[in-house]
Ligand binder design. Structure first.
Ligand code: NDP
Length: 246
């Protein structure tokens, strides 16, 4: 489905990003991915992708840095000669209620989740414009749609991604670059592992489907958006949340 295509996933070594990287490779794409701390997991992921017969390029990079984003895109294009699919996945949480939220916690969540999307989209846009082809898929969240007490920094970053996605979809449509967002609900990863059993039950109760999702549930939707089946879809937000945002 994606033979001949080149994808880049930020924060690809673990969690949802890892599933996405594997799903894109499984469907024929050559893949580059970035990681910040997960060097060992990056190595095992690269080996897994190679065993599928696809090319892979793991790159250590902090997603908050514009210089580093420009460098990463340069390396991807030098290696693969093109870039078709960009998945802006890297993200963190630093939760607390407003009065307890430090300026540092606000800034680092906005920098990591929102500014990183600007960095990589801007750095990739010129290559995609030259190709007259590109798919950009940004990882928002159900929290960006409906908000969440204790996550105002995270919600602001994820709502910001939605506004950015819609604006850039309009800006780049004439160059055949399609820009969409995915808004996952509660996905079983390290990010959600910190919840207590009680908190987990409360969250599950709030999901109409009454179960949490696996990273693969998100990766399948990213694959759809990256595939030719979604060539008339741009500027959209697809919730993968078991009905949480309804
Ligand atoms: P994890 O905590 O499991 O993984 C986070 C990923 O982001 C890691 O690959 C990590 O890389 C990367 N990352 C974090 N900071 C940076 C940085 N500064 N530079 C580069 N990479 C960075 O999270 P998930 O897999 O659960 O989340 C992936 C995305 O999905 C995030 O954007 C998250 O907000 C979103 N999401 C998750 C939901 C969930 O329920 N899990 C729900 C809705 C949205 P490394 O380990 O190498 O540092």
């Amino acid at each position: 489905m994606l033979e001949g295509k080149v994808a880049l996933v930020t924060g690809g070594a673990r969690g949802i990003g890892r599933s996405i990287t594997l799903e894109l490779a499984r469907n024929g794409a050559d893949v580059a991915f970035t990681y910040k701390r997960s060097a060992q997991l990056a190595e095992s992921l690269a080996a897994e992708v190679r065993s599928m017969g696809r090319k892979v390029l793991p790159l250590e990079a902090d997603a908050t840095s514009m210089n580093s984003a420009v460098e990463v895109i340069g390396k991807v294009v030098a290696e693969f000669k093109r870039l078709d699919i960009l998945v802006n996945n890297a993200g963190i949480t630093k939760d607390s209620l407003l009065l307890r939220m430090s300026e540092e916690d606000w800034d680092s969540v906005i920098q990591t989740n929102l500014k990183s999307v600007f960095n990589y989209t801007k750095a990739a846009a010129r290559t995609m414009m030259g190709q007259r082809y590109g798919k950009i898929i940004n990882m928002s969240s159900v929290v960006g749609l409906i908000g969440n007490a204790g996550q105002s920094n995270y919600a602001a970053s994820k709502s910001g991604i939605i506004g950015f996605t819609k604006s850039i979809a309009k800006e780049l449509a004439s160059r055949n670059i399609l820009v969409n967002a995915v808004a996952p609900g509660y996905i079983d990863t390290d990010m959600t592992a910190a919840l207590t059993e009680e908190q987990r039950k409360a969250v599950t109760d709030a999901i109409p489907l009454k179960r949490v999702a696996k990273p693969d549930d998100v990766a399948k939707v990213v694959l759809f958006l990256a595939s030719p089946d979604a060539d008339y879809i741009t500027g959209q937000v697809i919730a993968v949340d078991g009905g949480m945002s309804v």
